[in-house]
Design a protein around this ligand. Structure first.
Ligand SMILES: *[C@@H]1O[C@H](CO)[C@@H](O)[C@H](O)[C@H]1NC(C)=O
Length: 204
């Protein structure tokens, strides 16, 4: 194989791994920096988000006042209007807990708006409304691709699991940003270790 062929093969492989936008229209890539939030024993280590079984009792740190286990990235992609897409892949590498948030779209004016959680049976669900987003897809060792599209102008929110739209809901007005990682919901428990990769943002 010639050098040129190797380069073509490499770039094709890289492209196949990178997150891509879903949905119609033209998407422009956006770069967003983030802060890591670790609460009550949660640990962020690069792309790995780890929660122990139960909180350590500490409520100090950014986003830790409710004492919940948290190991999350708070992306600084804040917006109040426009159409915004999040994309990324997660893989749970171990889990003994239940009802753990993996991805949030936070409304800075109003608290959490959309929270996608995982149950111990691998179901992805809408923590706020309770509806199932995808049954049994998020089992230990399986890579799952998530895209969300938030049309803040028309107050619509869609969730795509492995490239298929499986959930839609309405959105309030407000100032939004995305989070991913692991965070125990009100009725949730640790432990979990989850890896997020290829987290990307686009707008149109
Ligand atoms: C609890 O865990 C957090 C990190 O998630 C850490 O900052 C804090 O020091 C720990 N507190 C105790 C009492 O171990």
């Amino acid at each position: 194989m010639g050098f040129k062929h190797i380069l073509v093969a490499l770039s094709t492989a890289t492209f196949a791994l990178a997150a891509s936008p879903v949905g119609t229209g033209t998407w422009t890539s956006v770069t967003a920096s983030f802060d890591a939030q670790e609460c009550a024993g949660g640990v962020v280590n690069g792309n790995t988000f780890k929660l122990p079984t139960s909180p350590n009792g500490s409520t100090s740190g950014s986003g830790c006042s409710n004492g919940h286990l948290r190991a999350e990235r708070r992306y600084k992609n804040d917006y109040t209007s426009g159409v915004h897409q999040f994309g990324g892949q997660f893989q749970i590498t171990s889990m003994t807990g239940n009802k753990i948030s993996l991805k949030q779209t936070f409304n800075g004016d109003d608290g959490p708006y959309f929270i996608m959680g995982v149950k111990s049976n691998g179901d992805l669900y809408d923590v706020e409304g309770g509806a199932t987003i995808a049954s049994g897809v998020a089992t230990v060792g399986t890579t799952v691709t998530i895209n969300t599209i938030h049309d803040a102008n028309n107050q619509l929110y869609d969730v795509y699991v492995n490239g298929k739209k499986t959930f839609s809901t309405s959105a309030p007005g407000g100032s939004f940003y995305d989070k991913c990682g692991a965070y125990t919901s009100d009725s949730g428990t640790g432990a979990i270790t989850v890896i997020w990769s290829d987290v990307s943002f686009w707008t149109q």
